[in-house]
Design a protein around this ligand. Structure first.
Ligand SMILES: O=C1O[C@H](COP(=O)(O)O)[C@@H](O)[C@H](O)[C@H]1O
Length: 249
């Protein structure tokens, strides 16, 4: 798939939503099939509205038949700290659209906890990741995630890393709880160190409403938390034409 590569990663621009979602589903399919059977393909999913079409497509018959579900593990990049059956739960949305529809073994799905104290829930999810990783610290040679899927908000947030929040400076925890300045609900989010422990980080961005903020992030505006995201391997942008910064449509 041809893409435009710059210092801030490779940009794939598609004419419309359907092409964008199909392009990303095909890319994920190729990457997951390329992973040797000896290790699980670890995919962290993003929440919000943008990836819902992707999850629906992945759960549709042609893709259900082709993804190596038995060799995949699913993680949540961030969630609203609400019960999983709450309308605003990212995990609840993924469960409805993807996990309940594809033949994924239950023990390959790792939701963030949804009860107790938010700090304890963040600590419990971090411990889950550490147990799977087999170490207390990330090593750059051994990224945890094969692919980290991320979205962006119009304020430049990604996962639940919102502008100006203390969680942006948290370089020791893998998972943290935080209270966004304007968006609803306390959140649980992977921190920068956990996001950066990814072979590929893929941003999915769609629609004219994201065009200005995407241009700022691509220009590395330090006020946008998404600008600070990197990957061990490749940073990749999947966008539609409406969101693409001018000159990259
Ligand atoms: O709150 C969130 O927002 C971002 C962007 O969501 P979208 O609805 O504009 O697609 C999302 O990436 C994040 O996972 C979510 O919790």
């Amino acid at each position: 798939m041809p893409g435009q590569t710059t210092a801030t990663g490779t940009m794939h621009v598609f004419p419309h939503r359907e092409a964008l979602i199909t392009g990303l589903a095909d890319w994920l399919l190729e990457r997951s099939l390329a992973k040797a059977d000896t290790a699980p393909f670890r995919l962290a999913l993003s929440g919000g509205s943008t990836p819902q079409h992707l999850y629906t497509l992945m759960a549709s018959a042609p893709y259900v038949a082709r993804f190596p579900w038995h060799n995949m593990q699913f993680f949540i990049g961030d969630d609203r700290f609400v019960p999983h059956d709450h309308a605003d739960s990212n995990f609840g949305m993924m469960q409805r659209l993807l996990f309940s529809k594809a033949p994924i073994p239950a023990d390959s799905i790792f939701p963030m906890p949804d009860h107790g104290l938010a700090e304890d829930a963040a600590g419990a999810y971090e411990q889950t990741l550490k147990n799977l990783y087999g170490a207390q610290d990330f090593s750059p040679e051994q990224p945890f995630f094969d692919v980290q899927l991320l979205g962006i908000g119009t304020d430049g947030h990604t996962a639940s890393l919102f502008p100006g929040q203390p969680v942006l400076d948290n370089r020791s925890a893998w998972v943290a709880s935080c209270v966004p300045p304007v968006a609803p609900h306390t959140r649980l989010t992977l921190t920068y160190p956990a996001i950066h422990s990814s072979q590929h980080v893929v941003f999915l961005v769609e629609g004219a409403a994201k065009r200005d903020i995407l241009a700022r992030i691509r220009a590395q505006d330090p006020a946008c938390p998404a600008s600070a995201v990197t990957a061990q391997g490749e940073l990749i942008w999947f966008t539609d034409q409406a969101a693409a910064p001018s000159g990259q449509e």
